[in-house]
Design a protein around this ligand. Structure first.
Ligand SMILES: *Cc1c(COP(=O)(O)O)cnc(C)c1O
Length: 253
């Protein structure tokens, strides 16, 4: 991604409504510019580090999907906001197998699936909860060792292995682009994800159409390249106090 332009710190419902309207307008403009249908890109608000009480204002302003990087934080918010049954939770960060039980309880979507043990743990826990989960396979498109996700070449075999998992509904692919001010490097990551989807389509193993790519700093570029889900945090909620290295191991920025 390129530099993350954070919105001003939003602290009232009106601030949140304004930030939301502004991001939605930029998404609509990017869709139009790319010749894509209006509404073809879903905005996933990324709410990590935003406390539950502040989130209530954002929810009142129209947010109902919460994207969270860490399971523990997401789980705590789902408890604190349990009186709002319309909320949906997307876990977008690395999952340790021993936390699969939490995801199985409350998450509607998991975007960082990248190994078989994780899939097995989720399947077993989802059976216990009698739930299903929409999942995205995370692909490492930046060749950075510090990033989670499968190598692009491993995705077809992984998708085949997932066929036996009845509780996991594979929706598509997710990636984090390289952290670089050079647009062409960022664009290359997005193109790689599109190419992986193309390869998976040839396998005819169900629909893996969704592409979750693009964040506050690069979502317009991602939409130009075909994103169907963009994950926007700081552009909606303002700058985070915690450094990104807290969420992305190895990231020094
Ligand atoms: C935090 C995060 C985002 C959003 O980043 P912003 O710069 O706040 O838009 C997107 N994807 C993942 C996996 C994240 O952890």
């Amino acid at each position: 991604m390129t530099e993350s332009p954070a919105a001003r710190h939003a602290s009232t419902q009106a601030d949140f409504a304004a930030n939301l309207a502004s991001i939605r307008a930029r998404i609509a403009a990017a869709e139009a510019k790319a010749g894509r249908a209006a509404g073809s890109v879903r905005l996933l608000p990324v709410t990590k580090t935003v406390p539950a009480e502040r989130l209530r204002l954002a929810i009142a302003a129209g947010v109902h999907w919460l994207g969270e990087n860490k399971v523990q934080e997401a789980w705590e918010k789902s408890q604190a906001l349990a009186d709002l049954p319309q909320l949906k939770y997307s876990v977008i960060g690395h999952l340790q197998t021993n936390k699969a039980k939490y995801v199985a309880r409350f998450a509607d979507e998991f975007q960082a699936l990248d190994n078989l043990r994780q899939a097995q743990a989720l399947e077993r826990r989802l059976e216990i909860e009698d739930r299903t989960l929409e999942v995205f396979i995370q692909v490492n498109t930046s060749s950075e060792e510090s990033k989670f996700g499968l190598e692009p070449g491993q995705a077809p075999e992984f998708l085949r292995q997932l066929q036996g998992f009845e509780r996991l509904q594979v929706k598509g692919l997710m990636t984090l682009a390289v952290f670089s001010p050079q647009q062409e490097l960022v664009r290359a990551c997005f193109r790689k994800l599109v190419a992986v989807r193309e390869e998976l389509r040839q396998l005819n193993l169900g629909s893996v159409e969704e592409l979750s790519m693009g964040m506050s700093g690069d979502f317009e570029l991602a939409i130009a390249e075909g994103a169907t889900v963009v994950r926007v945090g700081q552009g909606l909620f303002g700058a985070r106090a915690l450094p990104d290295s807290h969420y992305w191991p190895g990231f020094a920025g």
